[in-house]
Design a protein around this ligand. Structure first.
Ligand code: KG4
Ligand code: ZN
Length: 360
């Protein structure tokens, strides 16, 4: 089974070809035959964030070449594909439309199934592509737009245990980096600066740590970073201030995520007693300090941590192609009338998360 996957929901134009590996001993994992990613980061850098209109136009300009490149790298013709999948949402709608239209056109021209993949499901299932992790598992999804803890019971079967009541964790990394003059996206430079800094220099809060449930909150942390920076002597930030703040911020984030994840493991156990794995996914999952914390939490709770390789944590086409394979195996394909979705929760029944009853 071979599927082409397109990802255009944010600031990467990506396409990949993945094959379901049915060899003996392959544990039903996937084999990535090609994986092309074109980042638009340089285009958005002057704005300190993603400009949706700029992103949509850039996707439109290069999607043909990226898809053709992925097919060439895989050494395949379109007639060898079993299906074509594209991110159908959630995300910046202009970009999503570009990927969906491209995939629909290929599906139509070649008479193969089209599959609309939920971007979050792409992240959620990546550990099955790379490590063959079995259902059910607890998923910590931490990206630029999402911070969620979900019980993953099967393809399309998610129970949201926790989410953020304000900012996403990646957003907190990006905004803190901006305050420190580290540029966009903020995660990688904060991680690099933190290695040189003193995490005890700034006493930052640990929002919601120890509170019931497993929701997250990051806006207070961001505000505390600003207050601490404002309290420094006037003048330019010194490299040591930047490194110490990056380290203090990253330590606070890792500590809260560790605490929330530990609580989520307890909820997950009640829901899925046979679950054995904690899976981390999304761009922030590339953070090594966070991975170390999660490793310790998982070990203490008797779970195995499965973290995809760093390059498959941030947005890519392989995760969409793989989610396409998972859906195709179950006969879950979509019509060419599928309408791109700016919002598309994995667990539509989850109530809106608020701070009521937790913050006090
Ligand atoms: O999953 P992703 O590529 O795109 C979304 O779907 O949001 O995640 C991007 C986010 C950005 O906020 C970026 O700053 C963050 O992931 N990120 C990191 C690291 N690498 C990327 N955050 C912390 N540490 C990193 N090493
Ligand atoms: Zn993503």
């Amino acid at each position: 089974m071979i599927v082409l996957g397109l990802e255009t929901s944010c600031d990467e134009t990506a396409a990949a070809v993945v094959r379901l590996n049915t060899d003996e001993g392959a544990d039903g994992r996937g084999e990535i035959l090609s994986n092309r990613i074109l980042s638009q980061i340089e285009m958005h850098r002057p704005f300190g964030g993603i400009v949706p209109e700029v992103a949509a136009r850039a996707h439109l300009e290069c999607v043909d070449a990226i898809v053709q490149g992925a097919m060439d790298d895989a050494g395949l013709g379109y007639d060898q594909l079993d299906a074509v999948a594209a991110t159908g949402g959630p995300g910046l709608i202009g970009g999503v439309i570009v990927g969906v239209m491209m995939a629909k056109a290929i599906a139509r021209a070649r008479s193969i199934p089209f599959i609309a993949v939920n971007h979050l499901e792409g992240h959620a299932l990546t550990a099955r592509l790379t490590q063959g992790v079995e259902f059910p598992y607890l998923l910590l999804l931490v990206s630029g737009g999402h911070s969620q803890l979900l019980a993953v019971r099967g393809v399309g079967d998610y129970v949201r245990l926790g989410t953020t009541i304000d900012d996403a964790v990646g957003e907190a990394f990006d905004k803190t980096a901006k305050m420190l003059g580290l540029g966009y996206p903020g995660g990688p430079p904060i991680e690099a600066a933190a290695k040189l800094g003193n995490a005890k220099r700034f006493a930052l809060p640990r929002p919601l740590k120890g509170k019931p449930g497993c929701h997250f909150s990051f806006s207070g942390l961001k505000a505390a970073v600003k207050r601490a920076l404002d309290a420094l002597p006037p003048g330019d930030l010194q490299p040591q201030d930047i490194n110490d703040m990056a380290a203090s911020f990253q330590a606070a984030v890792a500590e809260v995520i560790g605490d929330r994840t530990r609580r989520a493991i307890h909820l997950f156990r009640d829901l899925c007693p046979q679950g054995r794995s904690l899976v981390v996914a999304g761009g922030v999952a590339a953070n090594t300090a966070l991975r170390d914390t999660l490793q310790a939490v998982a070990a203490a709770e008797g779970l195995t941590l499965a973290a995809p390789p760093l390059a498959l944590c941030t947005d890519n086409g392989a995760m969409i192609a793989w989610a396409g394979i998972e859906r195709l195996r179950l006969g879950l394909t979509d019509g060419l009338d599928f309408a791109p979705r700016p919002r598309w929760p994995l667990d539509p029944d989850a109530p809106k998360a608020t701070g009521a009853g937790i913050k006090a």
